[in-house]
Design a protein around this ligand. Sequence first.
Ligand code: GDP
Length: 171
Amino acid sequence: LPEIALAGRSNVGKSSFINKLINRKALARTSSKPGKTQTLNFYIINEAFHFVDVPGYGYAKVSKTEREAWGRMLETYFTQRENLKAAVLLVDLRHQPTADDIRMYEFLKHHNIPVIVVATKLDKLKKAQVAKNVKLVKQTLNLDPNDQLIPFSAETAQGKEEAWRVLESYL
Ligand code: GDP
């Protein structure tokens, strides 16, 4: 099956994103604890593709050794990935992307992977703030004009149809 990688710092809303896309209340549980940062989880979506969950990053307490092992695992996967079509990078639309978000985006671009930025928690923003924050996210990541940004809410399902459309365009 084709694969779509799914990356984002811990607690950004990865499981909520997957669950909303496939209309489940609580199937996916992507949050991994520090110490469980070395496995890639595969989720079969509608028997059409795999989401390859890249363990959440941004833990303050992960040791250097663990961080390095995590980096090696990602390198291995992203250099061997025969079926990988694109990556979804989840960010929180309320905030400027973190240094870890920027590093992850640059890592994916370094490997020539198309990235779909899903900017989630849209429902927590006032309407007037949305365009401004979208611009901030794009600027901070230095978003490639070929990459798309989709404002998304797992609460209201805003952005869900667009997310499906864009995902399908890569499958
Ligand atoms: P993960 O660690 O990346 O898998 O994050 P979760 O999906 O577990 O979400 C972390 C927290 O953010 C949970 O309390 C979710 O209910 C909340 N959350 C996730 N997405 C949204 C969203 O779009 N809107 C709102 N309001 N809360 C969200």
